[in-house]
Design a protein around this ligand. Structure first.
Ligand code: AMP
Length: 295
């Protein structure tokens, strides 16, 4: 009999194989419970926990995956330096009431001979897709595999990775995957920096510099809300805000339609200001959704 952790007082069950994960989930399903799934790369912070909390609130048995997926990294250094702290992640999951943590080895996710990939469409072309070739192929492939292993009723993703969220939503529709996708709000530090597992690599002055991305997005938002600036001019001003911080390299800054991710020329309705910057070898992303008058 496979025991199942369940609830804030129990530690989550740590499972590393696909077969054991399926066995635990089959038992949970026999009890009539639904499965809520939060895929992560670990180094859990309050942003991840907010997704788990939303999944828990639905009454589901919550499964969290902790897997640093090599196929979505376009930089070997980023993959090597990505924080890995499974013990701390398990503690955070215990506090949050997670039932099962699936932490597979790469041999399980990409067994010898593995060659099939899920390639997204044009949603993956711009923004992070332009500067991280193949990144979203890796994301879609690992998420498709994880969905096939966990078979969740609902999977929870963060608005922090807005392009990823849009692509995953599209993938599940295009490939008829029987899973509901819920996009959860972006969680920030008190000063506005978007929480990210990579923030621990921002040392000294770099932590202060990192704030310029959020400040640029806020500047763009305020200019659009002011009502007399076109998106191109607002983006130009956003670039100036980032340029005021030395040692910060702009990857992209843009104002897009949140569904199509196409840059907008007319500021109307719901828009998304988004950007990515590099500070040393740390790449940060952020975005803001803004509701503008519709006419
Ligand atoms: P990661 O471990 O970076 O792959 O992130 C796992 C999930 O947590 C993704 O759906 C992210 O969008 C989400 N996430 C990461 N950071 C935040 C944040 N600051 N606020 C909300 N969700 C987040």
């Amino acid at each position: 009999m496979i025991a199942k952790g369940d609830g804030p007082t129990n530690s989550p069950r740590l499972v590393t194989t696909i077969d054991d994960t399926r066995a635990v989930i089959a038992l949970v399903r026999q009890e009539g419970k639904t499965i809520g799934f939060v895929p992560t790369m670990g180094a859990l912070h309050a942003g991840h926990i907010s997704l788990i909390d939303i999944a828990k609130q639905s009454g589901a048995y919550v499964v969290v995956s902790v897997y640093v997926n090599p196929t979505q990294f376009d930089s070997r250094s980023d993959l090597e330096h990505y924080p890995r702290i499974l013990e701390a992640d398990l503690e955070a999951c215990a506090k949050a009431g997670v039932g099962l943590v699936f932490a597979p080895e790469t041999e399980a996710m990409y067994p010898p001979g593995d060659q099939t990939r899920v390639i997204p469409g044009p949603l993956a072309d711009g923004m992070c897709g332009s500067s991280r070739p193949g990144h979203f192929d890796g994301v879609c492939t690992v998420v498709a595999k994880l969905f096939n292993i966990v078979r969740p009723d609902t999977a929870y993703f963060g608005q922090k990775d807005a392009q990823q969220a849009a692509i995953i939503r599209r993938m599940t529709r295009d490939l008829c995957m029987p899973v509901r996708i819920e996009i959860c709000p972006l969680i920030r530090e008190e000063d506005g920096l978007a929480l990210s597992s990579r923030n621990v690599r921002l040392l000294g002055e770099d932590r202060r510099r990192a704030l310029c991305l959020y400040q640029a997005l806020c500047t763009g938002r305020d200019l659009l809300l002011g009502g007399d600036m076109l998106p191109d001019a607002a983006v130009a001003r956003m670039r100036e805000v980032v340029s005021e911080s030395d040692s910060v390299v702009i990857d992209y800054l843009t104002i897009v339609d949140p569904d199509t991710l196409e840059p907008i020329s007319v500021p109307r309705g719901r828009v998304m200001l988004a950007g990515a910057v590099r500070i040393g070898d740390v790449r940060l992303i952020d975005n803001l959704l803004v509701d503008l008058p519709t006419s």
